[in-house]
Unconditional design. Structure first.
Length: 107
């Protein structure tokens, strides 16, 4: 009989698989963070005030675009994922924090 048949939990056989999955998860997390800092945030450097205005409209209004194009509102809504809102943080405080984050990154 082989050792797999005798051992109901063959740790030595599954350890390489666990290590590969862990490495993959860490590399995906690192790649997402790199992409957010190096690709996504710099897109807001050209006109940070406009992005903040669209983000404020996204937060305050149910349908901020009305009959206009939704694209700028969708682009600014991405900031919600790049700089998540903290718990019960007020909208003005959140917008100030987002603007500070953009300005720090763009310098």
């Amino acid at each position: 009989m082989s050792s797999i048949d005798n051992n109901p939990f063959p740790i030595k056989q599954i350890m390489p698989f666990i290590a590969a999955v862990l490495l993959l998860m860490l590399s995906v997390s690192y790649a997402i963070e790199w992409y957010a800092k190096e690709v996504s945030l710099p897109r807001y450097c050209a006109e940070p005030e406009q992005a903040i205005r669209y983000l404020e409209a996204d937060l305050r209004e149910q349908s901020p675009a009305g009959d206009e194009s939704r694209r700028p509102y969708l682009i600014s809504a991405k900031l919600l994922f790049l700089v998540p809102r903290k718990g019960e943080e007020s909208i003005p405080n959140y917008l100030d924090r987002v603007e500070l984050k953009i300005r720090e990154h763009c310098q």
